[in-house]
Structure formats: C-alpha cells, structure tokens
Design a protein around this ligand. Structure first.
Ligand code: GH3
Ligand code: MG
Ligand code: MG
Ligand code: MG
Length: 313
C-alpha cells in the first residue's frame, strides 16, 4: 500500500482555504480496481455537476490528492494490491486527510466486515449495486457538510474573511515563501478608530455593519492573492504578497481615504463617518512572521498615538 507522505501544515491550511469556496463543484476521487464500474459512478456524479477523478491503483491516491483537491473519496473495499480498508488507514495517518470524508462502495453485505472496514476511519458504507440517486445524495450531503465545517474553521462568521488563527498560519506560510523566493511581502494591522463610540452611540448592530463594510472594501480593493482576515473585534490584518512597504502604504492610504468618506446611517437616521489606523511592516526588514507581526503592531500603536486615521510603517 501507499506510504503516508510527510506533510507540512502549510499545505493543510491552503487546502482548507481552497476547499471552502462555495461555488466550486464538489471534487470526488473514485478508487476502484473495476474500471467500468468506476467510470459508471464517475458518469453519474458528473451528471450531477461534480468533478471526478478515477484511479484503479490505490498506491497513487496520496499523490493524486496533492493536485486533485478532493471533497470526498469513494473507495472500493476489495482491490488486489491494497484493500480499501488499508487505504483508509493510510489516509487517516496523514494529518491533512484526517477530516476527508471516505465512503466505501462494496458488494460486501456481511455487517461485521462492514463495521471492521468503517472502524479503519471511514465515514460510510454503500453497497453495490448502487442506485444513482443514492450515490449522488450520499455524496453531496457529506461533501456539503464537510465544506460547511471547514469554512467554520477558517473563516470569521460576521465578515466572511479569514479568522485570527488562519491569518496567522497563512502569514507564516507567506513569509516562508517570500524569504525563499526573495520577494517582498507586507503585513498590515488595521484597527477602526474610536469604534467603541460607534457601538455606544449607534448600537451593536450598526457597529457590525461598519465591520462588514470595512471587511468588504478590504476584500474588494486588495489583490486576489492578498490574504485578508479579521484579526479580532474591530481589528483586521492583511498579508500583501509581493508588495513592498511603499506600495503597501499607498494601497492602504487610498483605502483609508475611501473608507473615511463612506457615510454610515445610524438607527435613528443620523449620518456618521468612521476611520481606521494601520500599522505596516515589510520583508526583508524582518526575518520571521512573529517579528513582522510585532512590528506591525508597534506601527499601529504609533498611528493611534499620532492622532489616528493614518498609516504608519
Ligand atoms: P481606538 O481608536 O483606540 O482603537 O479606540 P476603539 O474605541 O476603537 O478601541 P477599543 O479597543 O476601546 O474598543 C473596541 C470596541 O470594539 C469595543 C468592542 O465592544 C467593539 N467590538 C469588538 N468586537 C465587536 C463586534 O463583533 N461587533 C461590534 N459591534 N463591536 C465589537
Ligand atoms: Mg474491487
Ligand atoms: Mg482595537
Ligand atoms: Mg479601535
């Protein structure tokens, strides 16, 4: 059977992110030594709008999963070189596949053997012959559930941006990559000015709307490749890949001016404006994620002390 490969946490978190895009069709990996049956299952799933990949050799599964971002794996229980049970065991030893849904498809009807196979770490057992609707429904429900769970793990529910944990993990990945590739990278901490007054004056609901508005404009104005997250409370963080400190400063200043011009309307119809302060730190001035983050934090503190509604580096 195929050996578990050593995985870095980076790949794990990147997987989580790509897997949680709601518009992506479900990706199903089918492992079966019977090519006709595998193709038949693939056809049914593709007709239901899913993307499939078929493998007849279980030894190729781990490698395929590197490029094929599967939402679920459908495994035949009995295959000559490696049983489905063994394959499930191997997958469960790889940290990033711990939550990957695994479903057996088999003609095995003996309950004890089915339970043994499930105990290897799988999530379900479908017996052949399989009705198309059953196959599609079982797979869709599990895949949807997994996407929802993953999304809850990596995203902030109010803004839909990455959450605190994710942003820190992504920062580490991005810093490591930028240092290896000798490319610039900027990290910004953003904090809404006197936000407590917004809550006190207009209520928590309106405060939430301000947070959502800033989240949206950050996501809209940053590059697709930039990592945007809600660091906590009224604080946001942005990892700008390939951006020098000068460029990041320009981008943030534009954003800051635009945000300060947005007119919010309170519950009683009164209009008000908000601003934010930002602290910026960039590679290659710092050599690891932790010091970069500390520096951005210090710069943010400076921006607050120097009067708010400004970006400091
Ligand atoms: P400063 O300019 O120094 O940053 O002042 P500030 O008032 O923004 O800072 P402070 O840390 O005193 O207040 C932050 C406020 O953010 C307090 C807290 O109630 C509010 N807050 C944190 N999370 C949320 C949230 O999810 N929704 C809303 N509406 N308010 C939140
Ligand atoms: Mg078989
Ligand atoms: Mg704050
Ligand atoms: Mg604040």
């Amino acid at each position: 059977c195929t050996k578990p490969v050593k995985t870095v946490e980076m790949v794990e978190i990147l997987d989580l992110i790509t897997d949680t895009t709601p518009a992506e069709p479900f990706h199903i990996l089918i492992v079966d030594d019977d090519p006709d049956l595998a193709q038949y299952h693939a056809l049914i799933l593709e007709q239901a709008g899913m993307v499939t990949r078929v493998l007849s050799d279980p030894a190729e599964v781990l490698q395929q999963l590197e490029t094929f971002k599967a939402d679920l794996v459908l495994i035949d229980l009995y295959m000559p070189r490696c049983s489905g049970l063994e394959l499930a065991q191997v997958l469960r030893q790889v940290p990033r596949h711990i939550s990957l849904p695994i479903i057996y498809v088999s003609s095995e009807t003996d309950a004890a053997r089915q339970f043994k196979a499930l105990a290897a770490g799988a999530d379900g057992f479908l017996t052949k012959p399989l009705e198309p609707q059953r196959l599609v429904t079982e797979i869709r429900l599990r895949a949807e559930r997994m996407r929802t769970l993953r999304s809850l793990m990596v995203r902030d529910s109010l803004t839909g941006l990455f959450n605190h944990n994710t942003i820190l993990q992504l920062l580490e990945i991005a810093v490591a990559a930028a240092l290896r590739g000798n490319t610039p990278l900027s990290f910004a901490m953003i904090d809404i000015d006197r936000f407590k007054q917004v809550n006190d004056g207009h209520g928590h609901n309106i405060g939430d709307q301000v947070l959502m508005a800033l989240g949206r404009s950050l996501r809209l104005r940053m590059r697709e490749s930039d990592v945007v997250g809600r660091y906590g409370g009224e604080e946001f963080a942005v990892v700008m890949l390939g951006a020098t400190a000068e460029r990041a400063q320009q981008v943030l200043d534009t954003l800051r001016l635009n945000f300060a011009e947005v007119t919010f309307v309170g519950a009683g119809g009164q209009q008000f404006h908000c601003s934010f302060s930002a602290g910026l730190a960039a590679l290659p001035d710092f050599t690891d994620a932790a010091t970069l983050q500390e520096a951005a934090d210090r710069a943010l503190y400076l921006a607050k002390r120097r009067g708010r509604n400004r970006v400091e580096c």
